[in-house]
Design a binder for this molecule. Sequence first.
Ligand code: GAP
Length: 427
Amino acid sequence: MDLMEKITALAKRRGFIFQGSEIYGGYQGFWDYGPLGTELKNNIKREWWKSMVYSREDVVGLDAAIIMNPTTWEKSGHLKAFTDPLTECKICHKRVRADNEEAIKEHEKEHNGKKSWAEPKTFNLMTEVMLGTTEPKEKAYLRGEITQGVFVNFKNVVDSTRIKIPFGIAQIGKAFRNEITPGNFTFRSLEFEQMELEYFVKPDDRESKKTFETWKETRKKWYEDLGIDSKKMRFHDHEPEKRAHYAKYATDIEYDAPFGWSEFEGIHHRGDFDLGNHNLKYQDPETNEEYTPWVIETSGGVDRALLFFLIDSYNEDGERIYLKLNPKLAPYKVAVFPLLKNKPELVDKAREIYQTLKKNLVVTWDDRGNIGKRYFAQDEIGTPWCVTIDFQSLEDGTITVRDRDSASQVRVDIDKLPEYFENKLSK
Ligand code: GAP
């Protein structure tokens, strides 16, 4: 099996990611997160929020509606310019992205190298929804980027808080795109989640460039600090013809995925494109100077980050498979086992420890099979520590803590366990 097949199989087997609506044959481009995937996703979002909002004085949060007044999308340019170019094979009528030379060549192989392509046409990516209970219903859109919710609330946020330029508004939420070629597991989906910061600055070429560079480095470092191999990440500056309609300039953070270098976060200099189109201005509270701020955006995909955290953490050591996830991201922090399931004194002590740890940590319980099998099962889902209660625990009040990555074990006082894990997790 290649790495993607292994990841997809593990994701399903252990409850990270399921095919959307699987019992009805699935639904292309939609995915459901299982019990462990939900934890991992929540942990990624929590770490992002901690770093982008709580650790800063110049960023506040927002949670805007998914469906917005359709005028928003006219003003933002998405109804006109948020498009992908498609070309149709005249032999079999299959449509392929006109800017994807590889896909075109691949398709031509299906017709033994015969080529007959129609003129490329552009297709809009916005997902339409019909609202209302009576005809005619009103056409609205599921947001194609979460960003516009921030811009339309710019004045509300400025008026209701004490933030002053430079400042940022952070948001996490679902976005929807009618992607023509969903694929590579969750990488290109029709429904996905974004984690974005819109950082507003004074209109100044030099200063905004500095801010752009700072955010690029900050965001790449965030992924590194959470364990992504820095050698597997790179920046990719957008060529002018590939830039989104709103971007003055842009850089992607890419990951060296099994299916090639792939974008999972975009840093965009949006200039005054959005606030200008929405006719929004800012008044400096000290000088009364009025101007349209410029925006530097960091736009990460939660699903793509999760996929790359899974791929990057995947390790095999002989028979043993382990996810070397940063403990902050691991779905369970600790697994608690009684050495033997049929010894009530061990089970009672283990339950007591499990309940104590559960107060502050996400902890799981396992008493099936032998200890080796339990370690194996926890390694595969990235649980950093396993605690075993054995006969010595009943005598001297210590248990063993086994480390996922080194497979080494230490004895720790039961009383000191909460503090022990707290210290480890704060690193
Ligand atoms: N607000 C700017 C914006 O939306 P983008 O580069 O189009 O910029 C940002 O998207 C991020 O959203 C991407 O880097 C990616 O991680 C995620 N994303 C975009 N389209 C996606 C899709 N179809 N499936 C999964 N994630 C997607």
